[in-house]
Write a protein that binds this ligand. Structure first.
Ligand SMILES: Cc1cc2nc3c(=O)[nH]c(=O)nc-3n(C[C@H](O)[C@H](O)[C@H](O)COP(=O)(O)OP(=O)(O)OC[C@H]3O[C@@H](n4cnc5c(N)ncnc54)[C@H](O)[C@@H]3O)c2cc1C
Length: 435
């Protein structure tokens, strides 16, 4: 294998494979390095990819991408021990092209994206763990990245390197572009996948054909840690995830696996999973630090994209990874055309990211961390308040309706002051983007 390329991409997740695809399609010699035995082997998510941003890169991707289902129904359940308050939405139009949210298995979807890059001429090397960036010493100014080194000692050279290494972005740190990632800016999730015969699954979740559903759960599953649980329907699989902020899990001495087991014990979730056969376990982190944790996105001959660049907004991650990978790839194509990979030219990538719709959203969410740190019980208390309300409201007693409303008000006040409840709900709508 030749050891000099126009560009090297580290990590064949959605951001890396799209960056490689863009550059290879533009005629560059591209090397895509993935530490796992195949793209996607180290990745897990809920999860759904989002149709519109995906189609921006791969038009009508659903014609050949390995999808599981097209989401038409979403529920959010506020769970207490024995009760559940729910809100939901169904739209059959989302089940038809151009679709909305698409359930995929990352193990196969990531392979498909990487193959797109390979089809354009990129070289994919798996079982290739990059351990070091190689620098050209500069007498004046910063040293320049000129390649990467693998754990087996192999060295590859290129005009540009794009780091798409996901949340454990230690090469980004090695490059001096970010500091350590604090535990309060990261959520840790455990996931279990179950097999359930297609006909039972569709009956249970009220689905027909290729329609899919997402059930999100808050309150009970995370036992006072800010986080969530969720079920995504595949063709004949159910994916269950549970988790929350890493610092809160550590403080309360809870593991996401314990939370997963707790989630499965809830009477409602137990019923949804009845007779489903567990086939897979995984755990993964997601960067939730928002704007203030975004590293410097470019340096001489170097760009950062995807989770490594904290391109996450609410439940959107894969699409922002792919869009940032696309922008990174386009920037390197422009730099190649100019024959200039200096920080000044590559700053164009930072400019593109800053102008993007998702960066506007990420900027707007500044301050969420303070709220989350101050009110670690907000998930739990909102759920309790909604369930108290539901239990009284739907209960038929022997008093007047006025007495009933008074009792509801008193019970809600006992949980927390009404003003705090309003603030929790407002913050939930503003920051958590639960649906
Ligand atoms: C529990 C959970 C649920 C989620 N649900 C959703 C969802 O429903 N929808 C959504 O859009 N997003 C979701 N996300 C977020 C989404 O998964 C990420 O934002 C997305 O995967 C980021 O893509 P990426 O390419 O930047 O990084 P990754 O997907 O993490 O890929 C990084 C790749 O780099 C490789 N790598 C790392 N270091 C090296 C190295 N040194 N050398 C070689 N290879 C390396 C890894 O093996 C990996 O393949 C979820 C995340 C989690 C954890």
């Amino acid at each position: 294998m030749q050891d000099t390329y126009d560009a090297i991409v580290v990590g064949a997740g959605p951001s890396g494979s799209v960056a490689a695809y863009m550059m290879a399609r533009g005629g560059l010699k591209v090397l895509l390095l993935e530490r796992g035995p195949h793209p996607g082997s180290k990745n897990m998510f809920g999860g759904t990819i989002y149709a519109l941003p995906t189609a921006d890169i791969f038009p009508e991707f659903w014609k050949d991408a390995p999808w599981e289902r097209f989401v038409t129904t979403e529920y959010l359940y506020f769970l207490d021990d024995d009760s559940a308050f729910q809100i939901g939405f169904t739209n059959m139009v989302y089940g038809k092209p151009p679709y909305n949210k698409v359930v995929v298995h990352r193990g196969v979807f990531d392979r498909w994206v990487a193959q797109k890059a390979v089809n354009e001429g990129a070289v994919l090397q798996t079982n290739a763990l990059v351990t070091n960036l190689i620098y050209e010493k500069s007498l004046f100014g910063r040293d320049k990245v000129q390649g990467v080194q693998l754990d087996n000692g192999c060295i590859y050279y290129a005009d540009a390197v794009i780091l798409c290494e996901g949340i454990n972005s230690f090469l980004t740190k090695q490059a001096g572009l970010r500091t350590d990632i604090p535990a309060e800016t990261v959520k840790l999730y455990a996931k279990q996948v179950f097999r359930l015969p297609r006909s039972i699954l569709e009956d249970r979740f009220h689905l027909e054909g290729d329609e899919g559903a997402i059930y999100a759960f808050t309150g009970y599953p995370t036992a006072g840690v800010i986080g969530k649980a969720g079920i995504w329907t595949g063709k004949e699989t159910l994916a269950l995830i549970t988790g929350g902020f890493l610092d809160q899990l550590a403080e309360k001495r809870m593991s996401p696996y314990e939370l997963l087991e707790r989630t499965k014990r809830h009477p409602l979730i137990r019923r949804l999973l009845k007779d489903a056969e567990p086939i897979e376990y995984a755990a993964h982190m997601i960067p939730k630090g928002g704007f203030k944790m975004i590293p410097q996105l470019y340096d001489h001959h170097l760009l950062i994209a995807g989770d490594a660049a904290t391109m996450v907004s609410g439940r959107r991650g894969t699409d922002l990874a792919m869009l940032s990978g696309k922008m990174a790839g386009e920037t390197i194509l422009q730099a190649h055309a100019k024959g200039d990979f200096s920080q000044k030219i590559l700053s164009n990538y930072g400019w593109k990211i800053n102008q993007s719709f998702f960066m506007t959203d990420i900027r707007k969410k500044r301050g969420t961390d303070k709220y989350v740190a101050k009110y670690q019980d907000s998930d739990y208390l909102i759920s309790r308040a909604m369930n108290e309300f539901g239990s009284e409201f739907f209960h038929v007693g022997m008093g007047t309706e006025q007495d009933k409303m008074k009792k509801i008000q008193q019970e809600l006040k006992q949980i927390q002051l009404p003003l705090k409840s309003f603030e929790d709900v407002w913050q939930a709508l503003r920051h958590w983007e639960v649906l």
